[in-house]
Ligand binder design. Structure first.
Ligand code: ZN
Length: 425
């Protein structure tokens, strides 16, 4: 088959994103970067060769976001939450859900996926509010978007429902629909934890159902500054009694960051033994959590990423909420998340473990065919930045070009500030 003219590009690529079997390629400099010439024909890489040259642009491969909420994205203008408090966010979310239509979710999701794609995301896992009147229109719209975007963005869907729903006939019907769409079962696990201890029984039902249907599980868990890691502890206890044999993800696990290392480490070891992954969500956690403290002191719980990685737990990072009552900012831009996370979580970009939470680990959590590592014969997909080093990448938001299937995508359609500043003299 004629794959067309060979194209080429010289750039700096993190060694972590280059074929580990290519022992002829150098190890990378102090920043973990290797200057290479990439060549491709059609949608496949045809060569990766070391090269000299200075002033080369830093390139990644398109990234994967393991945790977003497409159904409510961009709802902030109608449902703003100026208090920044979680309870207000939840109340506004429920209010918005009462009147949500499939047409609205289609528009929100289309806008979100178009931006994500142009910004350089290739996979997204989205939670969907699934416990009230908004469930049906939201699922209808997102299943349609999943088809519409197939081949450009892999969209995986999670049913975000009250845990008790998974014990009802309504929950069973929803779970069957989710399973048919290759989706996951989800929910919220405290605090508060009901004094009846009902959460444990609800969790058992969820684990059984997920096992029967072969659905993965992704729970919002311990998104709080209270009762440190109580939800993770409960989940681990239940999984140690019965593991459904499907992938399990803890999203947030924020209050685990409040445990002392002597308490957190054994819990991390149990998570590792059970194969449970953790998805940390710094943007929303930093916006919402810790506001109860009377003096602002940066008291903002976040999953202890480095400790979890040291114990071998799969850790990924996601954007979570975008322009909704939970967080007014964000734009589905993975480079924004990288720049925040490198600062906020001390994930060092020059180390393999600093990049894995955005690249290979979320690709694995979503079960994507490509891990995001460049290999000859693999996808000709790149996220090319204008930065020449990690320091430049951190200094200011870089420009970018995205290569998908061997073709450069159009630039993101940003609302450039110069439109609003055009009349300023
Ligand atoms: Zn979330």
């Amino acid at each position: 088959m004629d794959r067309g003219v060979e194209q080429r590009l010289q750039c700096l690529v993190p060694r972590a994103l280059l074929d580990p079997e290519r022992t002829d390629l150098p190890c990378g400099d102090a920043q973990g970067l290797v200057p290479v010439e990439l060549r491709w024909r059609g949608d496949q890489l045809s060569a990766i060769e070391p090269c000299g040259g200075s002033g080369l642009p830093l390139a990644l491969t398109p990234l994967v976001d393991p945790h977003v909420h497409l159904d409510k994205a961009f709802s902030w203008p109608e449902f703003p939450n100026y208090s920044g408090r979680m309870q207000a966010a939840l109340d506004l979310n429920l209010q918005e859900g009462q009147g949500r239509t499939a047409e609205q979710v289609l528009q929100r999701g289309e806008r979100a996926l178009d931006r994500a794609w142009r910004y350089g995301l290739r996979g997204l896992r989205s939670h969907i509010d699934s416990g009230g009147p908004c469930a049906e229109p939201s699922w209808q719209a997102l299943l349609e978007l999943q088809q519409r975007w197939s081949g450009r963005i892999e969209l995986q869907l999670v049913a975000l429902a009250p845990l008790f729903l998974w014990r009802s006939s309504e929950g069973l019907a929803l779970a069957r629909r989710v399973a048919a769409a290759g989706g996951l079962l989800g929910g919220v696990l405290g605090p508060p934890f009901p004094s009846s201890g009902r959460d444990g029984a609800d969790l058992d039902a969820l684990l059984r159902l997920a096992g029967e249907l072969g659905c993965g599980i992704d729970l919002h868990i311990d998104e709080s500054s209270e009762a440190p890691a109580a939800g993770v502890q409960l989940l681990v206890q239940r999984l140690e009694r019965f593991h459904p044999g499907v992938p399990v993800t803890c999203s947030h696990a924020s209050s685990m960051g409040l445990l002392r290392a002597a308490q957190a480490r054994p819990l991390a070891q149990r998570l590792q033994r059970l194969g449970v992954a953790v998805v940390a969500l710094p943007t929303t956690n930093f916006w919402l959590l810790g506001r109860e403290q009377s003096v602002s002191s940066g008291f903002r719980p976040l999953a202890p990423l480095r400790l979890l990685q040291q114990e071998g737990v799969a850790v990924a990072l996601g954007a979570d909420n975008v322009q909704d009552p939970w967080y007014p900012g964000g734009d589905f831009d993975p480079l924004d998340l990288l720049r925040l996370s490198f600062r906020a979580t001390h994930t060092p970009p020059w180390e393999r473990q600093g990049l894995m939470p955005f690249t290979t680990t979320p690709a694995r959590l979503l079960g994507l065919a490509w891990d995001g590592v460049l290999r000859v014969g693999g996808p000709a997909d790149l996220l090319l930045t204008s930065a020449g080093s990690w320091a430049e990448f951190l200094a200011h938001s870089p420009q970018r070009r995205v290569l998908r299937q061997g073709r450069w995508l159009p630039l993101p359609d940003r609302a450039h500030p110069d439109v609003r500043l055009a009349n300023v003299v």
